[in-house]
Design a protein. Structure first.
Ligand SMILES: Cc1cc2nc3c(=O)[nH]c(=O)nc-3n(C[C@H](O)[C@H](O)[C@H](O)COP(=O)(O)OP(=O)(O)OC[C@H]3O[C@@H](n4cnc5c(N)ncnc54)[C@H](O)[C@@H]3O)c2cc1C
Length: 328
């Protein structure tokens, strides 16, 4: 009951970095609770993932194989997780705050009668009672709260990139196979197509044109794309970046995010459009060689770190800038 179980995930045949981050924090929590760290790998053929997870030195890797666990169909994964929890009775159960964790976490917590805290950025064990101290941003990221809930398992989903990924250890964990009973009639999805996502390597860019909440809507990124294309004629690798608010609003995918929980970059030129300059954003781009800020608020933080600034509505300045660049 003191054990910490983490849900592992695979990406292109290897353990996802987020799983390694969970292994890192899970190991610390298990030590603080006086229990063991265990990793759970589900799939139609989880053997390779289980062996890789074992090389990171958890006490046990639970390997759950079933043909219906191929791909990700939440109904089957949930049923399997429920059965695994009934057997291994983890004291703490952690998942990544990924699309899988966001789908499975609340539904599993409900089925287990447990209390889940989502999107945690820090975790610790209360030495008084062994309960999990779950730290997460609240009020739109303007405050940080620490939650403590009774009951077992103690459940949390964990934000990516806030914990260091674990390094492979010398000790190998024991692989324990667990059988689950799944029924194809539980399927709610008729067909599943996996679309390969575009991976944006922002840290390789020479120039980053980044947009934030000041763009007002998703279409604002079209103006940024015009600027990106115009700059591409004079500079090598020009990419689109963004603030976290733009990601949270669903305007752009998270691999474009710059900052503490995004990518840390230092391009030759960083153009910040409608980005206020919150500290969590600044840490990710303040080492850019030249920073250009476009913002309607002359008092915003971004101007404090910018080499050049334009106090203007981006909708006016960007087309003018593109026109000038086209003339070069
Ligand atoms: C633990 C934690 C981690 C975080 N990690 C990150 C991270 O990695 N990256 C990140 O970016 N944030 C991160 N955040 C969020 C961060 O605190 C800020 O909320 C976020 O950076 C603000 O985004 P923004 O500048 O786009 O939005 P806002 O702060 O709302 O700023 C919008 C700006 O647009 C300007 N504006 C408005 N209209 C126009 C216009 N027409 N033309 C030009 N300018 C205009 C406004 O003057 C304002 O300055 C994190 C927060 C927490 C708590």
């Amino acid at each position: 009951m003191d054990d910490v179980l983490i849900l592992g995930d695979m990406k292109e045949g290897s353990l996802d970095t987020r799983t390694l981050e969970l292994v890192g924090v899970g190991r610390r929590l298990a030590k603080e609770r006086g229990g063991d760290l265990c990793v759970l790998i589900l799939g139609d053929a989880p053997g390779g993932g289980a062996a890789e997870a074992a090389s990171y030195g958890p006490a046990k890797v639970y390997s759950v194989a079933h043909p219906l666990l191929k791909g990700f169909q939440p109904e089957f994964w949930l049923k399997a997780l429920e059965q695994v929890c009934a057997q291994v009775k983890p004291g703490v159960f952690l998942m990544s705050h990924s699309y899988k964790g966001m789908e499975l976490g609340p539904r599993l917590a409900c089925r287990l009668g447990a209390r889940l805290t989502t999107d945690c950025i820090d975790l610790a064990v209360d030495p008084q009672d062994g309960l999990l101290l779950r730290t997460k941003p609240v009020s739109g990221g303007n405050a940080i709260s620490v939650f403590k809930c009774p009951g077992e398992p103690q459940m949390a989903t964990v934000r990516g990139k806030v914990f260091e990924p674990a390094a492979a250890g010398e000790a190998k964990g024991e692989i324990v196979e667990i059988a689950v009973e799944l029924d194809a009639s539980m399927a709610r999805v008729a067909s599943l197509e996996v679309v390969k996502e575009e991976v944006v390597a922002l840290d390789k860019a020479d120039v980053v044109v980044a947009g934030g909440a000041g763009l007002g809507e998703e279409d604002g990124f079209e103006a940024l794309e015009d600027l990106r294309k115009a700059l591409s004629k004079s500079f090598g690798n020009v990419m689109i970046g963004c603030s976290r608010v733009a990601v949270d609003k669903g305007w752009i995918s998270s691999d474009h995010q710059v900052g503490l929980t995004g990518t840390m970059i230092s391009p030759d030129i960083y153009v910040a459009v409608g980005i206020s300059g919150a500290i969590q954003h600044l840490v990710g781009m303040v080492h850019s060689k030249k920073i250009i800020a476009i913002n309607t608020d002359a008092g915003c933080n971004m101007f404090k770190v910018a080499d050049y600034g334009v106090v203007e509505d981006f909708e006016k300045i960007i087309p003018a800038l593109v026109e000038k660049l086209e003339e070069l």
